[in-house]
Design a binder for this molecule. Structure first.
Ligand SMILES: Nc1ncnc2c1ncn2[C@@H]1O[C@H](COP(=O)(O)OP(=O)(O)OP(=O)(O)O)[C@@H](O)[C@H]1O
Ligand SMILES: [Mg+2]
Length: 599
């Protein structure tokens, strides 16, 4: 059943191309808005009817299209953005393939109207191959797309409800508005304004806009940072792990202002959050990576959602290290609602990473990550507790309790119901979840010890024998070296009996039997030794949970102050290993407000 080879008609060629580029109304909007951005628009309006299926109209104030170019704009492989192969290697514009408009026009009723900058007349055409007619337009370009997929019923069937299509479309406009804060975006649906994001040129107004687009809770939890190294520049807002989400729906990553979904990027970010996020939770962020366009290939897929980095490893490393460092920020205040002031233009609410211990806590000083690291190192009095004593017993209470500048978390005043430590610092009241905080401290010191000279173990005065199943006993026997790595010495006494002879020095007071059972459970989950060694941090986290002070244990003042000092010194101490906050601050203003007290 062979037929003769023949060239496909243009319309069909375009429809085939549309299959790749135009999946749904949201993809039409992406292409049209990107064209407006490429034309230098400062104001872009998107009007939509019935989820975009009935109508999408994008109006911009960009440079416009000359009369003679109008028809070309609708023909395939015609673009003003690319001349030669070497341009393809350093693309600065959003578009370059010259196929979006013809593809869209082939599956809808499209009208393109434009007035080129400097021209005194506007023109419009309806579809490819038609004559340009005079139009009434004072500047820029308007593209109207009606009845999407009216002539390709098979594709139309894939469209969902108006509501679903609109929510995809809205997400696309938001994503573009998040990165191009120099442009005003207006979105309307069925004649109703959905949002209007005004141009923003400083950080305060950018954050205002960010809060409008992603909600104020994101901004409250966000850390802002900028970091540049080796020609790579990363900046943006990352939410503290306590603000994690059950969906990966607040992850906005841009490479040279283009939103991408990239495996390498996703992996690096996930790794940076690895042990501060609870299993199955997703971080939230808006991140901008900028680098020389030569180092990144955007011509991977027609939708341009994927990129290929020339130096993949370097980029991965840079992303991971930078974010890991940002998230490790010790003793960064977790804002509470009491901090918010009602005003028309609120000041930036996100914390600036850089309020380092050395330079004075909660200053507005902006240190970049590199400098911050220096400052932190200088201030860092941390030594892994080589003596092996549980961290909480080390430090002693201060002589001079007014010395809060050096001690951002201040000094304990009481313990509440055996769960919380109340402390007074320069700002006001600090409330610490003692179990969560201690757990994080132990976990971090475990990790440090493992990286340095290994986890120290301490022999038990009286070894503890533990009855287990035969399977568990076998498991333990196979994994003696894993136990050793964890600072535990475990032996087999009989078919169903194990003995614990030594515990990690950090956990010398822990319940040996329970600890052994939990580690065995972890071993059973992770399977072979190699995997366990990879997952050892998880096991350490389990152990830390056991070793940390339990709720309902009474602590003396000295112990409480020692815990506060440890929190200040410990990386990532703002959250416990499961991503819950470990402490929070209520400043005097917030307390005053509770009592309607003016100062
Ligand atoms: N809003 C606009 N303002 C000014 N010129 C535009 C606008 N939209 C399209 N054009 C012109 O029409 C041409 C074709 O647009 P089209 O989107 O089809 O291709 P492209 O943007 O060059 O590449 P891609 O297919 O990758 O998007 C563009 O190169 C540009 O010159
Ligand atoms: Mg385009």
């Amino acid at each position: 059943m062979t037929s003769r080879i023949h060239a496909l008609p243009t319309q069909l060629v375009n429809q085939i191309a549309a299959g790749e580029v135009v999946e749904r109304p949201a993809s039409v909007v992406k292409e049209l808005v990107e064209n407006s951005l490429d034309a230098g628009a400062r104001r872009i309006r998107v009007d939509v009817e019935q989820g975009g299926i009935k109508l999408i109209r994008v109006t911009d104030d960009g440079s416009g299209i000359e009369h003679d170019d109008l028809a070309l704009a609708l023909s395939r492989h015609a673009t003003s953005k690319l001349q030669a192969l070497r341009d393809l290697e350093r693309i600065a514009s959003m578009g370059f393939r010259g196929e979006a408009l013809p593809a869209i026009a082939s599956v809808s009723r499209l009208i393109l109207s434009s007035r080129a900058a400097g021209s005194d007349k506007a023109w419009e055409i309806e579809g490819e191959g038609t004559q340009a007619q005079p139009a009434g337009l004072s500047q820029g370009t308007v593209v109207g797309v009606r009845d999407l997929f009216y002539n390709t019923p098979a594709r139309r069937k894939f469209l969902r409800t108006d509501k679903t299509e609109f929510s995809h479309l809205e997400q696309v406009v938001k994503r573009l508005a998040l990165v191009r804060h120099d442009v005003t975006f207006v979105l309307t649906h069925n004649g109703r304004e959905v949002f209007c994001a005004h141009q923003a040129d400083d950080r305060a107004s950018r954050e205002h806009r960010l809060a409008d687009l992603l909600g104020p809770a994101f901004l409250d939890a966000a850390l802002y940072f900028e970091h540049a190294a080796a020609g790579l520049n990363l900046s943006g807002w990352v939410a503290r792990p306590a603000f994690s989400r059950s969906q990966a729906d607040m992850q906005h990553f841009y490479v040279n202002q283009r939103m991408v979904r990239d495996k390498l990027v996703a992996h690096a970010v996930r790794q940076a959050y690895q042990d501060v996020l609870f299993h199955g939770r997703h971080p939230a962020y808006v991140l901008f990576l900028d680098l020389d366009p030569v180092l990144v290939d955007v011509n991977v897929h027609p939708t341009k959602h994927e990129v290929r980095f020339r130096e993949g490893r370097l980029v991965h490393d840079f992303l991971f290290r930078t974010l890991h460092q940002v998230l490790a920020e010790p003793a960064t205040q977790i804002p509470d609602s009491g901090e918010r002031e009602a005003s028309d233009a609120p000041p930036p609410k996100s914390s600036e990473v850089g309020a380092s211990v050395a330079s004075g806590w909660q200053t507005n000083m902006s240190l970049h990550v590199g400098e911050r690291r220096e400052a932190y190192r200088a201030a860092e009095a941390w030594q892994a507790p080589a003596s092996g004593a549980v961290a909480i017993n080390r430090a002693t209470a201060p002589e001079d309790a007014s010395d809060t500048a050096e001690h951002p978390l201040g000094f304990a005043v009481a313990q509440l119901h055996g769960v919380y430590i109340l402390a007074q610092n320069a700002e006001g009241l600090v409330v610490v979840d003692m179990h969560a905080a201690h757990e994080r401290i132990i976990y971090e010191s475990f990790k440090r010890a493992r990286e340095d000279e290994g986890i120290k173990s301490q022999p038990l005065l009286v070894p503890v024998s533990v009855a287990v199943s035969e399977r568990e006993a076998n498991l333990a026997e196979q994994h003696v070296e894993v136990f050793a790595e964890l600072g535990m010495e475990v032996g087999r006494l009989g078919t169903r009996t194990l003995v614990v002879r030594a515990l990690p020095a950090l956990l010398r007071d822990a319940d040996a039997e329970r600890l052994l059972r939990d580690v065995l459970a972890d071993l059973a989950v992770h399977g072979d030794s190699r995997r366990i060694l990879e997952q050892l941090n998880e096991v350490l986290s389990t152990m830390a949970c056991h070793g940390s002070v339990r709720a309902n244990r009474r602590l003396g003042m000295e112990e409480m102050n020692a815990l506060l000092r440890d929190i200040e010194r410990t990386e990532r101490s703002g959250q416990c290993n499961h991503g819950r906050p470990t402490w929070t601050q209520m400043d005097m203003a917030a307390l005053d407000k509770l009592f309607l007290r003016g100062r």
